[in-house]
Design a protein around this ligand. Sequence first.
Ligand code: AP5
Length: 294
Amino acid sequence: MASSCSCNSGNFKAASFHPNKPLAPTPSHLLPTSKPSQLASLSLRLNQNPSQTHFRKSKAVPGLQVVASGQKGEPLRVMISGAPASGKGTQCELITKKYNLVHIAAGDLLRAEVAAGTENGKRAKEFMEMGKLVPNEIVVMMVKERLSQQDSQENGWLLDGYPRSESQATALKKFGFVPDIFILLEVPEEILVERVVGRRLDPVTGKIYHLTYSPPETEEIAARLTQRFDDTEEKVKLRLLTHNSNVESVLSLYEDQIVKVDGTLPKEEVFSQIDSVLTELLAKKGAAFGSLAA
Ligand code: AP5
């Protein structure tokens, strides 16, 4: 992830653990029948024909809120992944705004612990400073607890920056948390450093800015922007090393759910691709639910 955005991610400290039983895996009949290659080619096809994109989206939108709110169909369960500064947090802002999913960003949960000065936070900060993964004994239960809460189960979830290792992915599967879709943002390394160094966060709204690509709207906002403690060129290179050494093992566990998206495009265009795929997926889930209920 991410942002310092609390959005729907909530504050881990404030969140009490609900002893809900873990989510059951999505039944196979509710999973998208399209193979990832079909979903990927779907987004490619839509991009090649903007008018078609518009038509398909506007057709699908009317039923969207009902399905996304969990009143009718199964809620969406989405993972978003990519290298540091590939745009995960930025896209999560846009996805949650439209789809009302509960945004759970591992980085945000950890930064909340750091800010609260807890023992876990102090320990986590040492690893974050080094650009390394925070140990599983801190992060695995933190994310599991947030995923288990009622809002995540009812509205669906958007898991940002998690899992980042094979062991985290395996633990999630064991707990029964299986995504409908795994979005991978692809951005070459040379672009990532510039994005990190120029990133700024609004502590009031949680919104993510970039001094060049997404500057603040007003001088008042500009004056209050902050920078993350790990947003230096040196630290992002360390984070990249960690990412590169783990990414393949994670991807291999989600082969059937991966949709790759070109993260170098302007953020609105990246979102448009994601939006097309999510809309299609929701329609499928809604249709599957409808046919069951009939
Ligand atoms: P985390 O907070 O998740 O950091 P990260 O993965 O390095 O990702 P970022 O938050 O840096 O980037 P992003 O992809 O969200 O990009 P953004 O949208 O902000 O993790 C921090 C640390 O916590 C880790 O190093 C680790 O120590 C620990 N941690 C986290 N998860 C863990 C886990 N699962 N296990 C163990 N430890 C864990 O965008 C970046 C900039 O680019 C912004 O300025 C934005 O405005 C700009 N931008 C975005 N999109 C575009 C675009 N399309 N065009 C131009 N500019 C854009």
